[in-house]
Design a protein around this ligand. Structure first.
Ligand code: CTP
Length: 409
């Protein structure tokens, strides 16, 4: 599960760290979350409501006031609407009010009405943060079920150095992701996924390619990220995108470029999934100028591209797991089984062409996942669901492999 469609209430208090709220909102929006911002009146001196409403694509709420449609800004409704409330930055002043039942502005009134989990990210000068009153308030707020996203150490607005900086927006996002998706077997792991089509150029404007959309690769990348991995997508030509800005994207055009980038990353990876539709051949000659029309026929001489999956899997280390795809039209299972072995892959996912809705441009897929010990048929379903199933199979394969290793020791 990602943050897509999650309803996030962000409370912004009056401190210099309020400028970081802009980035925080952007990160949530990029993940497809719905964001409603509530500002304290004091915070508007630090960042403009216009900036935050533009980024959140919703009017920012500051005061208890009548909306144009004649409805009140209802703090109870806002508290019920949200899946999670995050107060960032949380000042000593607002923390004091939260800990003592003082609801003198919209933000604190919403806080007291919220039934959803509440996170708070304090930001203040170092001496304020360690003041016994503030410490007591923070401890009390945690003891009644609120979640602290602790302040970080660094240079503070006062010029002093110490603990008090608001947690970085990236860290806040990760905390919320972990909250919604606590099953994170890929935490601390690195995953590389090649995806999309390659373009093999004849001249500066013409190329040979295929219709790969990149949807399956992005679905695998997004799910790996949801499971806690750091994901590197090596992206060829695609007609789809991911809304997850946490996935590192490295854009390439040709098979040679894809090979180069994959080779650079491979040794650092724990898992590599070769999902790209790589052109097997490229034109022997790439014309530096646009080719002119002359004779009636033209013959193209093509030369073989490196096989990225095979070349890298050949040198994989014991802990690395490699997964490939195989699109077969005849003797499909037999060819896919052989391809897994020939390419030194642990797992191969055979794309079925039996169902016309399981090819390149569709949102659905039907596959058979082949491991050294099993062949698992997955019926036609969304590429997102297929991605979840593939990761489940990868993880159980890994478990099986490590238990075999322990038995043989
Ligand atoms: N692959 C690759 N580099 C290539 C060709 C393929 O990394 N130059 C990877 C694909 O990403 C996929 C797997 O190898 O994971 C199988 O791709 P496929 O096109 O089915 O196999 P080919 O090796 O091209 O074999 P053939 O076309 O002869 O079936």
């Amino acid at each position: 599960m990602s943050l897509k469609f999650k309803k996030i209430l962000i409370g912004v208090c009056g401190g210099i760290a309020a400028y970081k709220s802009a980035h925080l909102i952007r990160l949530f929006k990029k993940q497809g979350a719905e964001v409603q911002v509530i500002m304290t009146p004091e915070s508007t001196a630090f960042i403009s409501p216009l900036t935050l409403s533009t980024l959140s694509e919703k009017p920012v709420l500051i005061h208890f006031q009548k909306k144009t449609e004649g409805e009140w800004n209802n703090h109870v409704a806002l508290g019920l609407w949200a899946d999670v409330m995050i107060i960032a930055p949380a000042t000593a002043h607002t923390l004091g009010k939260m800990a003592n039942g003082i609801a003198d502005n919209l933000l604190t009134a919403v806080y007291f009405s919220a039934r959803c989990p509440v996170f708070f990210a304090p930001a203040m000068d170092l001496d304020m943060l360690i003041h016994p009153s503030v410490k007591r308030n923070i401890e009390y707020l945690q003891s009644i079920g609120n979640y602290l996203i602790d302040a970080e150490v660094g240079e503070l607005a006062s010029g002093l150095y110490g603990k008090g900086r608001m947690a970085e927006p990236e860290h806040i996002i990760q905390t919320i992701e972990k909250f919604f998706c606590p099953y994170r077997p890929l935490e601390g792991k690195k995953v590389m996924i090649t995806l999309g089509a390659t373009r093999e150029y004849l001249d500066p404007v013409r190329y040979i390619t295929n219709a790969s959309s990149g949807k399956m690769g992005f679905a695998l990348a997004e799910h790996a990220h949801n499971l806690g991995a750091e994901v590197f997508a090596i992206v060829g030509s695609v007609s789809s995108q991911t809304s997850n800005s946490q996935i590192h994207q490295i854009h390439v055009k040709t098979a040679l470029e894809m090979f180069e980038k994959s080779r650079e990353l491979f040794s650092l990876m724990d898992y590599a999934i070769f999902c790209a539709a790589v052109a097997d051949y490229r034109p022997k000659t790439v014309h530096s100028q646009k080719m002119k029309k002359s004779s009636e026929t033209v013959t193209l001489e093509l030369i073989k591209n490196p096989d990225i999956a095979q070349e890298l899997s050949k040198f994989k280390k014991e802990h690395q797991i490699t997964v490939g795809f195989a699109l077969e039209t005849e003797q499909a299972l037999e060819n896919a089984r052989l391809k897994r072995i020939r390419k030194h892959l642990d797992i191969i996912v055979m794309n079925s062409i039996e169902n016309p809705q399981s090819t390149f441009e569709y949102d659905t897929n039907q596959v058979v996942v082949i491991t050294p010990t099993q062949e698992i048929s997955l019926p036609l379903k969304s590429k997102k669901e297929i991605a979840q199933d593939i990761w489940k199979i990868i993880l159980s394969f890994e478990k099986e492999k490590s238990s075999q290793r322990h038995e043989s020791l």
